[in-house]
Write a protein that binds this ligand. Sequence first.
Ligand code: FAD
Length: 287
Amino acid sequence: MLIEKDKAISSLTSWKIGGPAALLLIPDTKEELAEAVKTGKKAGKFFLLGNGTNILARDEGISCPIIKLGKRFANYNIEGQTLRAGAAASLISLAVKTAGEGLAGFEFASGIPGTLGGAVIMNAGANGSEMKDIIIDVLVYDIEEEEYKTFSNEELNFSYRNSLLKNNNRYIVLEANIKLSQGDKNQLLEKIKKSKEERMSKQPYEYPNGGSVFKNPPGMSAGKLIEDAGLKGFSINDAEVSTKHGNFIINKGNAKAEDVINLIMHIEKVIKEKYNINLEREIIIVG
Ligand SMILES: Cc1cc2nc3c(=O)[nH]c(=O)nc-3n(C[C@H](O)[C@H](O)[C@H](O)COP(=O)(O)OP(=O)(O)OC[C@H]3O[C@@H](n4cnc5c(N)ncnc54)[C@H](O)[C@@H]3O)c2cc1C
């Protein structure tokens, strides 16, 4: 198993922020994973890292072991209209691959930069679709019982950017079965191209960021609320509310987690004062 000590978490997250990871374990087999979990349990707790695109890691770093599934957990195969993929697989690659095979259903995820595991946990979604719509079932490792379990779509209790598996520190997603349908390869690839162009024009791809910071309040857009409150462009040191999209905070170079957290709290305060709305965070603060 690949083991690294004191690796900068900033190199493992899309925000490029975060202090040292005391111990990073990268298991590549189920046996290595069991070993990594044992180390984590001995330490009292551990953190399961996907592609780091929905987390803000604190400047002090993460003192408990971090487990990141290795490349062998990114394998996938397609049988008929069912995709079976490992949790470390890139959502963008899976979306492009399945569209290229003329299979419809996954193209909504073609711009979401996370792993399949992170997307299951978060019930990631875009363009009116979410993981809930395509998941058949998910294989997990239950760290309490130290055994494998399969959860059906219904059992996963998906809701907006949430699932049974989120924040419970008990299950590691290992694989998922995904139901697709027959589609037209060229149309699907064209859809992906258009959606990419739209994202590039609306989202701040030029700077490291963590995606949408807040969930949309029911029937509203968090980005629009933040924009209407005049907060676009507001910054604390190198952390800035993107001028392109109000729900994105960009790292202009040397932003610290503390700057981002202070900016998040400022936004929450202004939105509460102006609109009496409590914004709920989509990003997860770790460390
Ligand atoms: C530019 C940009 C655009 C984005 N656009 C979207 C979008 O359109 N829609 C959307 O929904 N999200 C979007 N996101 C957010 C993010 O990509 C998704 O939430 C994604 O699903 C997170 O996956 P990850 O692998 O990066 O997870 P991480 O950020 O590494 O982790 C997120 C959570 O999942 C847990 N986790 C990760 N893998 C596993 C596993 N195998 N088993 C158990 N727990 C696990 C972690 O412990 C953590 O709690 C965007 C982010 C960025 C930076």
